[in-house]
Design a protein around this ligand. Structure first.
Ligand code: MG
Length: 157
């Protein structure tokens, strides 16, 4: 087994979509970034790459490459999952914490879990998505952050 951790933050700005774990969430602000800025999926990809000691997504999908402008982070996740399988690993489980003062994410959590379970081709019980605020002490509504931890299991040959 191998364990990995990922962390990411993006700034909230007007006139951008808010996409978290592949789910578009209606809100007056969205996350700024070169891709769709799905901060939760970015943290998750970094966790998978970290478990494999393969660097990070900035290395794999450089923001200097116009190919990734506005990219769907779920498609990038698909590429990372392909790399994981190529190395002989499957997802044991993933635990993601999204840090946001607003909006309320509870109504979208199950859809987010389903999106990620579909991407990995695993049962939803292997995917945890949680949301927390920082009681106004941290990002304070100017951004959204995410932490992800994964356990990867070597596939029996
Ligand atoms: Mg990012």
């Amino acid at each position: 087994m191998r364990i990995g951790h990922g962390y990411d933050v993006h700034r909230l700005v007007p006139e951008r979509r808010l996409v978290l774990c592949g789910e578009e969430i209606p809100y007056e602000l969205g996350l700024l970034g070169h891709s769709d800025a799905d901060v939760a999926v970015h943290a998750l990809m970094d966790a998978v790459l970290g478990a494999l000691a393969l660097g990070d997504i900035g290395h794999l999908f450089p923001d200097s490459d116009p190919k990734y402008k506005g990219a769907d982070s779920m498609l990038l996740l698909g590429e990372v999952i392909g790399i994981m399988r190529g190395k002989g690993y499957a997802l044991g489980n993933a635990d993601i914490t999204i840090i946001a003062e607003k909006p309320k994410l509870a109504p979208y959590i199950e859809k987010m879990r389903g999106n990620l379970a579909n991407a990995f081709g695993c049962g939803i019980e292997r995917i945890s998505v949680k949301a927390t605020t920082e009681e106004g002490l941290g990002l304070g509504g100017v951004g959204i952050g995410a932490n992800a931890v994964v356990l990867l299991e070597e596939i029996d040959k």
